[in-house]
Write a protein that binds this ligand. Structure first.
Ligand code: ADP
Ligand code: ADP
Length: 236
């Protein structure tokens, strides 16, 4: 079954066409990597999946349901969109943590505000999520007292604590010093092994080659190929 079906999607920034007739099926429980040169539309496509960017035509379905529109040309309500986004976690290049909160408070905040959990329940679930990304002993640290790799793991914990059905990653390791990339990729591999459906924009070819089930290659707004990593990357 496909978790995400992208059909004939077009996206313009003014006169510039950033996505051209993009078709892609993202299988449930698998890792799909989006690769390609800078400016080829990877981030735009990823952001269209949760409607952070509006697409102009075509369809994107999450578990069969159209996102962003109730019907062609008719946008869905903000409430309906928020409801759909609850099942989608996103991790950005920048970690976007609140500097005045501990790691645990950063993870708990969404559970309290969006899910309506009590402070105690949210704190317990935040602790679990942080343990899962290997930060059980750093829960009380503020972001300024965490490395970039640890901050990104907090951002991943914040997303998984919401129990998403789909996780989107936009160059999650690009802002990290090289020696910190591995710890974030390890956490992502663990999620993949647990059967999380993941779409990952990345320049990490090792990750694409060894962890992805499917690799989609983009160029100038077009999705030029999508296949198994060995067929796309010609690994020996
Ligand atoms: P990638 O993720 O592959 O690097 P992007 O999706 O970020 O590519 O960008 C694709 C193209 O769209 C680039 O040429 C970029 O400059 C352009 N673009 C992205 N966002 C905007 C925007 N908000 N306004 C205008 N052009 C944009
Ligand atoms: P990244 O490389 O992380 O995708 P960018 O520096 O390309 O980041 O883009 C940062 C922000 O600027 C994004 O919100 C993107 O949509 C916007 N943007 C990118 N390219 C353009 C552009 N040519 N015109 C206007 N906005 C742009």
């Amino acid at each position: 079954a496909s978790a995400v079906e992208i059909r004939n999607v077009n996206k313009f920034y003014g006169p510039f066409q950033a996505l051209k007739d993009v078709d892609l099926s993202v299988p449930a429980g698998k890792v799909t990597c989006l690769i390609g040169p800078s400016g080829s539309g990877k981030s735009t496509l990823l952001r269209c999946i949760n409607f952070l960017e509006e697409y102009d035509s075509g369809e994107i379905r999450i578990d069969g349901r159209l996102i962003g529109y109730d019907a062609p040309g008719r946008k869905m309500s903000g409430r309906a969109l928020r409801e759909m986004r609850r099942s989608i976690g996103m991790v950005f290049q920048q970690f976007n943590l609140w500097p005045h909160m501990s790691a645990r408070e950063n993870v708990a905040e969404g559970l309290i505000r969006v899910r309506g959990l009590s402070k105690t329940e949210a704190g317990a679930r935040a602790a679990e999520a942080l343990a899962k990304v290997g930060l059980a002993d750093k829960m009380d640290n503020h972001p300024s007292r965490l490395s970039g790799g640890q901050q990104q793991r907090v951002a991943i914990a914040r997303a998984i604590a919401m129990e998403p059905r789909l996780m989107l990653f936009d160059e999650p390791t690009s802002a990290l010093d090289p020696e910190l990339v591995g710890e974030v990729l390890t956490v992502m591999k663990t999620l993949a092994a647990e059967g999380m459906t993941m779409v990952v924009v990345t320049h990490e070819m090792g990750f694409a080659a060894h962890v992805a089930d499917r690799v989609a290659f983009m160029e100038r707004g077009e999705l030029v190929a999508a296949d198994t990593p060995d067929r796309i990357l010609h690994q020996p």
